[in-house]
Every structure is written in structure tokens, then in C-alpha cells.
Design a protein around this ligand. Structure first.
Ligand SMILES: NC(=O)c1ccc[n+]([C@@H]2O[C@H](COP(=O)([O-])OP(=O)(O)OC[C@H]3O[C@@H](n4cnc5c(N)ncnc54)[C@H](OP(=O)(O)O)[C@@H]3O)[C@@H](O)[C@H]2O)c1
Length: 255
């Protein structure tokens, strides 16, 4: 069954940071399935290549660009490489993320900086680069930031991550206001607890039981389950949606 035309991403070019695994890969595959050409930007060459091979099987154009998002000088060249390979960027997904779980009494400055640089600062600079390209063409575009429940809730041992994700949500709203007149929509997805490498420590034991009890859906989500919201926010279906924080979390945030 064909998808409604308003969700069709044929002819669009998407860049997904951290698109080679977990949620990023789920989103990248979803965008490709909807017809977009998709660039994967992440550090691990092998995982980049494997994801690009899987996307190619869906019949859409794709490219792997090796990028460490904490390397600010590498951001613009990476985005230029995407545009050389696939064409001007229409959709940016700021998904690359890390968390470092450590007491705030012990957290080193380097760890604080790395979490903020990965989860927040890089998202601003990549958004700036993408928006300049979109604005220069008068083409409009879509920026999708992957936030977290910890943008709302406090979490002991995760202060750097919560601060970064809280900042990302406020950045989403401010860029949404600033870019609206240019027809660039900026939105965020808040995933609940999703089965990825990042959450392996939470996928067993008493913490797992607590999460399952607290989540109305009674389970972890799968990375592929983030794709529907991403396709919506990347498509014309969401042209009047901006600054929205979309929870895809099995109801975690409402309890
Ligand atoms: N899983 C959850 O339950 C959950 C919940 C809420 C929010 N999130 C958010 O969702 C996003 C994806 O998380 P995930 O669970 O899918 O994690 P994951 O499985 O650990 O994947 C993280 C991805 O980010 C990439 N990455 C990490 N550091 C990078 C860097 N410096 N430069 C470029 N790429 C980098 C990794 O690729 P390389 O290692 O190859 O670079 C990998 O593809 C993150 O922003 C996370 O905070 C996750």
C-alpha cells in the first residue's frame, strides 16, 4: 500500500548524525523507506558501511560520511560532503548522542564538555550550517532534534546529559521561532526507553523492572518505532508543525 503523498520524501535529501546504529539507524531506514536520499554521519566506518548497504537495498541513494560531531572544524566539511554526494540538504536529524553516568561530585570537566559538545553544541552548529543552505536556496527544510525524557525530569548521575537535552529542547523552540518565516520547521522527538546500545545497562535487573512498571505500554520501544514520527516531521505533513516536542515513549512522560 502506498503512503499518502504528504508523507512522501522522494527527491529530499536527509542527513542523520549517529545514523549507523540504534535510534539513528531506525530513523535513517524510515526516511529512506519514505523515499529520501539519506546520508549517515558517524564515527565507526564499519557500522556506517553496513547501514548504507541496508539503505541501498531499499532502492534509494545514500552516502556514509565519517564524522565525529565533537570536532567542530569537521562539521561544515561533512555537510558539504553530504551535499556533494546527494545534493542540497532538506532534512537534518540531530541524533548522535552519548550519556556518561557519574556522580556530579566526581564528574571531570572533560566528561561534562564531551556530553555537552555531542548532545547540544554540535546540534546547534549543524543546524546553523543546514539552515544556511536551506535559506540560501529559499527551499525551506526540516530540522529534527532527538531529545530525552531527561529534558524534563531530573536524574541523579546524569546531570550533564539532562542539561544537554534540556538545552536541546529550548534550542529547538528558539530556532523554530527564528526560522519559521523561512519555512524551516524545527521540532524534537523525545524517545522513551528504547532498546539500543545506550540502554543496555537498563535492559535487565531492578532498574528494568522499574522502567517497565513506570511505562504505561509496559515495554521498551524498538529503534524502528522512532521512524514514524521522524517521517512525519521530515515531510510536508508537518509543514504547520514547529517547535513541537513529540513524545514517542509508550506513555512514560504522562505518568
Ligand atoms: N535509547 C534510548 O532509550 C534513548 C532515549 C532518549 C533519547 N535517546 C537519544 O537518542 C539518540 C540515539 O541514542 P541511541 O540510544 O540510539 O544510542 P546508541 O545506540 O549508543 O547510538 C548512538 C549513535 O550516535 C553515534 N555517535 C556517538 N557519538 C558520536 C560522535 N561524537 N560523533 C558522531 N556520532 C556519534 C554513534 O555512532 P559512532 O559510535 O559510530 O560514532 C551511534 O550511531 C541519542 O541522542 C540519545 O541521547 C535515546
Amino acid at each position: 500500500m502506498a503512503a499518502p503523498k504528504m508523507f512522501d520524501l522522494e527527491g529530499r535529501v536527509a542527513a542523520v548524525t549517529g545514523g549507523n546504529g540504534g535510534i539513528g539507524r531506525g530513523i535513517a531506514m524510515g526516511l529512506a523507506e519514505a523515499g529520501a536520499a539519506v546520508a549517515i554521519l558517524a564515527r565507526n566506518d564499519e557500522k556506517n558501511r553496513a547501514t548504507v548497504a541496508a539503505i541501498r537495498e531499499l532502492g534509494t541513494r545514500t552516502a556514509a560520511i565519517k564524522l565525529d560531531v565533537t570536532d567542530r572544524a569537521a562539521l561544515a566539511p561533512a555537510m558539504e560532503a553530504v551535499e556533494r554526494a546527494l545534493g542540497p540538504i532538506d532534512i537534518l536529524v540531530n541524533n548522535a548522542g552519548i550519556s556518561i553516568s557519574r556522580s556530579s561530585l566526581k564528574l571531570e570537566a572533560e566528561a561534562w564538555d564531551r556530553v555537552l559538545e555531542t548532545n547540544l553544541h554540535s546540534c546547534f552548529f549543524l543546524s546553523q550550517i543546514a539552515a544556511r543552505s536551506m535559506a540560501s536556496r529559499g527551499a525551506g527544510g526540516k530540522i529534527i532534534n532527538i531529545a530525552s525524557e531527561y529534558s524534563r525530569f531530573g536524574a541523579a548521575g546524569l546531570t550533564s546529559y539532562a542539561a544537554a537535552k534540556g538545552g536541546l529542547v529550548q534550542m529547538t523552540k528558539s530556532l523554530a521561532v527564528e526560522f519559521a518565516a523561512r519555512n524551516i520547521q524545527v521540532n524534537a522527538i523525545v524517545p522513551g526507553w528504547i532498546k539500543t546500545d545506550m540502554t543496555i545497562p537498563a535492559q535487565s535487573g531492578t532498574f528494568y523492572d522499574e522502567i517497565i512498571t513506570r511505562t504505561p505500554a509496559g515495554r521498551f520501544g524498538e529503534p524502528e518505532e522512532m521512524a514514524g514520527a521522524a517521517v512525519f516531521l521530515a515531510s510536508h505533513a508537518s509543514d504547520f508543525v514547529t517547535g513541537a516536542i513529540v513524545y514517542v515513549d509508550g506513555g512514560f512522560a504522562i505518568r
